[in-house]
Structures are given as C-alpha cells and as structure tokens.
Design a protein around this ligand. Sequence first.
Ligand code: FMN
Length: 336
Amino acid sequence: MGFKTALTDRLNLKHPVVAAPLGRGSTPEFLGALANAGALGFVALGHIPETELRQTLSGYIASAGGADRFGINFVLIADHLQRLETALDAGCRVVSFLRGDPAPYVRRAKDAGATVFWTVSGSEEAKRAADCGVDFIVAQGREAGGHLTGEAPLMTLLPTIVDSARGVPVVAAGGIADGRGLAAALSLGACGAWMGTRFVASAESGSHPGHKQMIVDCGLSDLVETTLFDGGWPNSPHRVIANSTYKNWKDAGYPSNGSRPGEGEAIGQFSEGVPMLRYNVATPWATMDGDWEAGPLYAGMSATLIQAVKPVGELLAEIDDEAETALRRNVSYLRV
Ligand SMILES: Cc1cc2nc3c(=O)[nH]c(=O)nc-3n(C[C@H](O)[C@H](O)[C@H](O)COP(=O)(O)O)c2cc1C
C-alpha cells in the first residue's frame, strides 16, 4: 500500500514525508537518498556564499537526479532574494521559507513556476500565507527541534492551521518521528509530515555521528529550549540537547551575552577556514574539524521516539507501514 495526498500528488512522491533542512547535515548524498527513496529533502542555502551557490547547487542537482527533486530553504532573517534568483535560475523548483516576510519571495518563486512552502505557527500567519499563494503551509509545533516559531504544540496547532489555511494543504512539523505521528498528522488534516530530528539520526545525513548518537540516547530531560546559540541568529528560541556549552553556562548562573563562559572562543572551523565560535548557530556536521559536542545539537521532543540511526529507505518504509497500521486500527474502532 502507499499514500496519496496533496503532497505526494504535487511533488510526485512515494511517501508523504519531508526531511527538514538540517544545516550542513543536508548534504547532496542525503538529499539524493531521499529523492531515490521517493521523499523530499530540503537544504538551507542562507550560509552558502553567493559566489559559490551555483556550483554548490550543481552537486545537489546531480545527486538528487534533477533540480526539482529536492527543495531549497531560506530563513528570512537576512536578504536572500539574490540567492533565490540564482537557485531559480539553476532550475530549483521547490522552495520553503521561515520567518521574516516571505511575500516578495513567494511572488518571485511562483512567477518561476516553483512549488512554495511557508512555515507558520499561527492562524493569522496561515491566512497570510494562503493569500500570498503558497502551495503548502507548514505548521510547526513548539515541540520541534531547531529554531521555534510559535507557542502551540502540534496537537492543537495543526487543526487550527488547517481551519485557517483557506484550503491550502498543510504539512505537519514538530514531534513526529514515526508512522504513528504521520497517521496522527493525517488524522488532524495534514497532507504529510515534515521531520527534522528523525532525519538527523539517519545513516545518510551529513550531521555529526556524535549528534546522531546523542539523539538516540537522549530523554526528555536532556532537551532544553534556549536562545543560547545566537551567533548569526540572535534572540531566537531553539531546542537543543543540553551539551557542555549549555551546562557550563548554566553552572555559571546563566550570564548574559558578553560574559558567557568561553565567549568568542573558536570551537572548530568551517570548511572555508573561518573559525566557528562557541554559541554559533551552525549545527555540527560530520566532517567538522574541532569540538563538535560544544556546538548546537538541535533536537526536538521527537528524539525521545528515536532508538536507532537507520538508512533513509528503511526509515521511510517503516514510517509508511506504521502509519498504515495505525490508520487501519483506527478504522477498526468504528461500529458499522
Ligand atoms: C538540525 C536542524 C536544523 C534545522 N534547520 C532549519 C532551517 O535551516 N530552516 C528551517 O526552516 N527549519 C529548520 N529546522 C526546523 C525544522 O524545519 C522542523 O521545523 C523541525 O525539525 C520539526 O521538528 P522535529 O525535529 O521534531 O521533526 C531545523 C531542525 C533541525 C533539527
């Protein structure tokens, strides 16, 4: 059996599942594995220098088997119109936005014939997204990993967004790591599930293996919501696994910016040779040179559902099977 929803129909997917952008963990190999398995993966482009964007995208296009077989993502805390232009010019046709004012970006992407996703966390934002002509609204619940947009958990947020979306299909994000979560999201009116933490802990993601293992090992009390990792994105709450950087800051009495332990210290190096400072927003990647454990180990409450690092293909098959089982069981509860 398979699933047929607005998401699978529009993007010709086998699974109603999207892998969130995972910083430098969204490598070409990872997005290629997702595309080959019949799911969609996103890569965030904001950190890629404009001069290198076209070249970088060609690696993704080759690995995914086409510029329309993966998505690109922009967090609109900076001006990314030129990057969007370059990506559209390179053939990219699936785009997602978070924060800021996506309206001009949506217009440009739609003019180019792209499929557009906009992540929201409230009904007013959902109406605005619908009025702007997006193709999919992503509802992000507060239990999510990475940066958080709203306050409500997915269970209450999702039906609210579905009711406000003016018929635009909604994809559910935050706290989903298995087929039961997918079934629940479909039951609440979503057309698919958007998962971040689950795919960090996949064999093919380019996330640091230590980060993957910490997701497998962590319990609810290991996760914290904080604004600590603010280098490059200040005052923005995010959910992470409490690591040495967080614990040292906590032990120091939560000092404010400028007086935090190790402030300004390099914990590693980006591939461009630029130092990665403690409290930087970049999540550790597999080939990171330095103290990966000190960086932001983004993870949602969904981490508590993750027991093993698995290959993408296996994960997606399991998610489908579990969702089908859950939905069939639900039907069996009905008196006929
Ligand atoms: C490592 C990591 C990096 C993320 N980076 C981005 C990003 O660049 N842009 C974005 O829109 N969302 C980003 N997110 C948030 C996801 O899009 C999504 O809302 C979240 O992962 C859903 O919760 P889950 O982790 O429980 O699945 C990130 C999440 C994680 C775990």
